[in-house]
Design a protein around this ligand. Structure first.
Ligand code: HEC
Length: 124
């Protein structure tokens, strides 16, 4: 069951929601609509935003990514230095798992939420 497997992977194994949901590692909703204000110890002067990964056509990353582009993006690993997203671990995932994750996320209700730039200087 590819879809069920994708749900299990994003919710229980890969924990995508923990960063990509408003409210920052809480039970914020709507799930996968992105978040701001994440911190990364190796990058103390900045905060990070995790993009909206629903398929909203305007503000959602998945609305602008095909399944093949999604897999290729995960294979490529970390693109922005210090990004808190654990790209290294994810880049070793099986292709079938990445495809299941994409397909599951495409079934999540699209949410309109623009989080802005991924890396912004900390205020103050
Ligand atoms: C520890 C926090 C964290 C976790 C866990 C996490 N992400 Fe991210 N993600 C981020 C941040 C921050 C960014 C923006 C910086 C970047 O692109 O590296 C991001 C970026 C992305 C992007 C956009 C990449 C691009 O180049 O356009 C996608 C797609 C994505 N994440 C999907 C996922 C999926 C799917 C999972 C679970 C398998 C996941 N993320 C888990 C924090 C996280």
């Amino acid at each position: 069951m590819p879809l069920k497997n994708g749900h299990y992977l994003v919710e229980s194994v890969a924990l995508c929601w923990s960063c990509h949901t408003p409210g920052n590692e809480s039970t914020g909703e709507p799930r996968y609509a992105g978040s701001t204000g994440l911190t990364e110890p190796s990058d103390p002067g900045y905060t990070w935003s995790a993009p909206n990964i629903t398929n909203d056509p305007e503000t959602g990353r998945l609305g602008r990514m095909t399944e093949d582009q999604f897999v290729a993006r995960f294979r490529a690993g970390r693109a922005i230095p210090h990004s808190p997203m654990p790209w290294q671990g994810y880049s070793r995932m099986e292709e079938d798992d990445l495809r299941a994750i994409y397909r599951y996320l495409m079934t999540v209700p699209p949410a309109k939420n623009e989080v802005g730039a991924p890396r912004v200087p900390k205020k103050g």
